[in-house]
Design a protein around this ligand. Structure first.
Ligand code: ADP
Ligand code: MG
Length: 887
């Protein structure tokens, strides 16, 4: 047996091996030591290998999921090795033959399917990242991601600039890359910063030449044309993801939806730092509490929660898509009774997608069948409800209703007839098929139950015949059925004539056990009938699972439609309860919010019964005659509400483009294609960069990437260094934003000197957060108004915070001195003395070079020799046109 173990382990060196023995998965050698430490289970030993004890530990089958979850969460991968033949078959081969075993599945973070291992309201993605060389130094990337627990499969092109943001949006649990990509020094930081397991694989997984074929084979189609058009790198990523799914699922094949392609501009691009900073789906403290997602999630199903998280992670950039979603929310909002009715019905829908995936992967249980039954029944009921509306529903709802009405009634009926009332977790426990569904099963069960009655009768007979009233017939797993009498009565059964009938089996301290041929026969019959009943039940299960599998595409579409309905209704509830308004989203550069609030802070203030949230306007759109949006420079003392104001506007843009109503009186938003949010002086010691370095790296990313359709939030940039350093950097950054990036931006600062810039930058607007001074204290009004703050009120804030009075007094004195010095050499003078950024900035964006464009658009890998020659002529022609020499 050890030889078999060592062989299987050698084939899976990077996994902990769960080796099935009876009712346990055992781990040996190093695996045992790792697992016993990680799981807190006892380390024992079993036999010897090369003269040394073999460490061993085990987890019981029935609790395996919990242990798996722990190990996966700790970053381990597990190979599950099962017995692949009946032990009896091994015995037949010879006394010493070892039961055949095989690894049936690799459990990795990105390929989970069990509810116990998954967060219900979150997708669990495996992502594959492939790279193609467009030319020396210019790489293209593609990302394919799969959730095998729901069947989702998507592909998107990416590039070096946006790669991190794309990965952050998908937020996979596991990323697979080729060895060479993994070793690439340029990408080391990316792997390190990813909150995912990164698994390097051999380049064969990413082979572009065979990728198309491999994909087509998986989906059983001759050509992929029906799914869309994919380039070589996209195909390589998709095929790698599939190959990895096959590698981990071994024999089972999840029924994935055909890959759907997302265009690079479909979703608002939000990098990881911005997501973290805005606390989109998880708070800075980690976890969902305090995040935007938590604040706006009113869904009643887990599938709805997943869809909401997905949409919030990648808000749309298409006003048509957004309007469609807003229409659906509006329809839900219009009729409270209808909305409540739909939600009550929805709440009964189990997680169809995940139950379906488990059934298809042969990992499902009776409760998964019940989930399909109940989910489909819910769909059918909902279709009815939407079918008779008082006012006609908008496009999205109509589409949902038409999908729901496809719920296969036959399948619902079959499942309803087949499944018993109380269902076991595992199919091997039996007892899940309803009586009268299968006559053979009913017969086998009757026989089994009848025999049990016969045994009870037998006990009475034996007691009478032996005159031992305490005689009992019992059952255990070792002996099966046996007759038990007290020690005193045993002699009687062991002497003639009774010993001819009662055969001694076992003597215990207080009891002696016997059997009879009659009892042994009966036992065989009972076991036979029980086994037969279970076998029939398992066959029924397989039949039902096959019917479900056959309807998989319909069921998946229904699952998606239910989620969509849930999200629309949930946003309506949110809008209703929280008093949100419908935003106008278009392709302009507008950003006009009146009465805007911070979705999370507003609720938090209310929960803590604090003061009410103060609503504020924001208008970053171009003014009359202007072509680009504006920059609002927000000054004000600490604690005034600058950061809150900045973030609330970013969140309003995100919510609007997600297709939600927004916390404001009115809002008009020109689609934001890219959102940046940075805070000065955020600590990031874990990544080994100084605070200031992080701040600068992130600011650099913004100044290099933001365009006119971007929204930029800069919160106290430059705070992480000495005053003049910081001021200078903030100064230059604002000028760059204004002149080069021309993005809509909010810039909070405590450098009041910066407000002087508005004299020279026409689209820079100074606003400040109002405070009142009252008896030497500062009172925060949280009101944004035009103008600039003249001072920081730092000392007053320090006083509020409870610094000792002597320190406060001293600080006031020092401040007076400093302000005196400042007045003698005011920084304000600088603004007049320094030439503006635009004047020193010579790097005017050049007119596009047609030759460079042509070269960039040519991918040598995709060309036939003839096309290559044609391309060469084309290049030559373009060069001639722009005045090149012939030759
Ligand atoms: P700053 O960035 O100016 O130091 P913050 O934005 O961090 O200030 O706000 C400080 C605190 O003031 C917040 O924690 C919040 O409780 C409160 N606050 C901010 N804005 C508002 C508002 N508009 N209405 C009510 N309270 C607010
Ligand atoms: Mg702040």
């Amino acid at each position: 047996m050890m030889a078999q173990y060592i062989e299987i382990k050698a084939a899976n060196p990077d996994c902990l091996l769960f080796y099935r023995m009876g009712d346990f998965y055992e781990l040996f050698f190093d695996d045992a030591e790792v697992a016993s430490r990680a799981l807190g289970i006892t380390l024992t030993k079993r036999g010897k290998h090369l003269g040394a004890d073999i460490p061993m530990c085990g987890v019981p089958i029935h609790a395996a999921d919990q242990y798996l979850q722990k190990l996966i969460a700790l970053g381990h991968r597990v190979a599950v090795c099962e017995q692949t033949e009946d032990p009896a078959a091994a015995k037949k081969r010879g006394g010493k033959a070892v039961v055949r075993r095989d690894v049936i599945r690799l459990v990795t973070p990105g390929t989970l399917t069990e509810d116990a291992l998954l967060a219900p309201g979150r997708n669990n993605y495996l992502a594959a990242l492939a790279r193609g060389r467009v030319s020396e130094g210019a790489d293209s990337f593609a990302l394919a991601w799969i959730d095998i627990s729901t069947g989702e499969f998507r592909i998107a092109a990416s590039d070096a600039d946006r790669l991190a943001a794309d990965l952050a949006r998908v937020s996979p649990s596991e990323v697979i890359v080729s060895d060479s990509l993994y070793a690439d020094t340029d990408l080391k930081a990316l792997w390190r910063d990813l909150d995912a397991a990164v698994t390097p694989l051999s380049p064969a997984f990413f082979d572009g030449a065979t990728a198309g074929e491999r994909l087509a084979a998986y989906f059983g189609v001759a050509t992929l044309d029906g799914f869309g058009s994919f380039d070589r790198v996209e195909l390589a990523a998709a095929a790698a993801a599939l190959a990895y799914v096959e590698k981990t699922q071994i024999k089972e094949r999840p029924a994935l939806s055909p890959p759907s392609k997302e265009a690079p501009g479909d979703a608002m691009l939000i990098d990881a730092a911005t997501r973290a900073n805005l606390e989109l789906v998880s708070a800075l403290s980690g976890g969902r509490r305090g995040s935007l997602l938590e604040a706006v999630d009113r869904t009643v199903t887990v599938a709805g929660a997943r869809l909401l998280a997905r949409r919030l992670s990648g808000p749309s950039t298409d006003p048509a898509v957004i309007d469609r979603r807003l229409d659906a929310v509006g329809w839900m909002l219009a009729d409270a009774a209808r909305r409540t009715g739909l939600r009550d019905a929805l709440a009964a829908a189990p997680d169809l997608a995940r139950a379906l995936s488990r059934l298809i992967l042969n990992r499902g249980g009776p409760r998964d069948l019940a989930a399909i039954r109940d989910g489909l029944a819910t769909a059918a009921a909902l279709a009815e409800r939407i079918g008779h509306p008082s006012d006609p529903p908008p496009a999205e709802i109509t589409e949902v209703a038409s999908i729901l009405s496809e719920a296969p009634v036959d399948l619902i009926a079959t499942l309803t007839a087949a499944l018993a009332d109380g269902l076991p977790h595992l199919k091997r426990d039996g007892g899940f098929v309803r009586p009268a569904y299968d006559t053979d099963l009913d017969e086998a069960r009757a026989l089994r139950d009848e025999s049990r009655r016969v045994i009870a009768g037998l006990q009475a007979t034996y007691a009478a015949d032996t005159d031992v009233r305490a005689l009992r017939i019992k059952h255990n797993n070792v002996l099966g059925y046996f007759i038990e009498v007290g020690a005193a009565a045993a002699d009687k059964l062991m002497t003639a004539p009774l010993n001819a009938r009662f055969i001694h089996r076992q003597t215990l301290a207080s009891a002696v056990r016997f059997t009879t041929t009659e009892l042994a026969d009966l036992e065989a019959k009972i076991a036979g009938a029980g086994e037969r009943a279970l076998a029939i039940e398992l066959a029924v299960f397989d039949d039902l699972a096959a019917r479900v599998t056959a309807a998989a595409p319909t069921i998946r579409a229904i699952a998606d439609a239910l989620a969509e309905l849930d999200v629309a209704a949930a946003f309506a509830v949110l809008a209703d309860k929280e008093d949100y308004c419908r935003p106008v989203v278009d392709r302009s550069l507008a950003f006009a919010v009146s009465g805007g609030r911070h979705a999370v802070v507003e609720q938090a203030l209310r929960d803590s019964a604090g003061s009410a949230f103060v609503a504020n306007d924001c208008d970053l759109g171009p003014g009359d005659g202007e072509e680009s949006g504006r920059i609002w420079l927000v000054t004000g003392p600490n604690m005034a509400g600058k950061s809150t104001f900045l973030r609330q506007n970013a969140l309003i843009a995100i919510l609007a483009q997600t297709g939600s109503y927004v916390p404001a009186k009115t809002a008009r938003i020109g689609v934001v294609d890219r959102l940046f949010s940075r805070v000065g002086a955020a600590d990031d010691l874990a990544r080994g960069r100084s605070t200031f370095m992080v701040e600068m790296v992130e600011t650099a990313a913004i100044l290099n990437q933001a365009g006119p359709h971007a929204l930029v939030i800069l919160d106290e940039i430059g705070r992480g260094t000495a005053t003049f350093d910081g001021l200078s950097i903030a100064w230059a950054a604002i000028e760059h934003l204004h002149v080069v990036n021309r993005s809509r931006a909010l810039f909070a600062t405590h450098y009041h000197e910066l407000t002087a810039l508005s004299a020279h930058l026409p689209r820079l607007v100074n606003v400040t957060v109002a405070v009142k001074e009252w008896k030497g204290d500062v009172v925060f009004l949280h009101e944004i108004k035009p103008g600039s703050a003249d001072r920081s009120y730092g000392v007053q804030v320090a006083r509020l915070a409870g610094l000792p009075p002597s320190v406060i007094e001293r600080a006031r004195a020092v401040l007076r001195q400093l302000e005196e010095t400042d007045r003698r050499s005011p920084v304000h003078a600088l603004v007049d003395d320094l030439p503006l950024f635009s004047a020193t900035h010579h790097e005017e964006p050049a007119a596009p070079d047609p030759l460079a464009g042509l070269v960039d658009a040519t991918n040598p890998d995709d060309l036939t020799p003839r096309q290559a020659l044609e391309a060469l002529y084309k290049i030559k022609a373009v060069r001639m046109k722009s005045g090149g020499k012939d030759g």
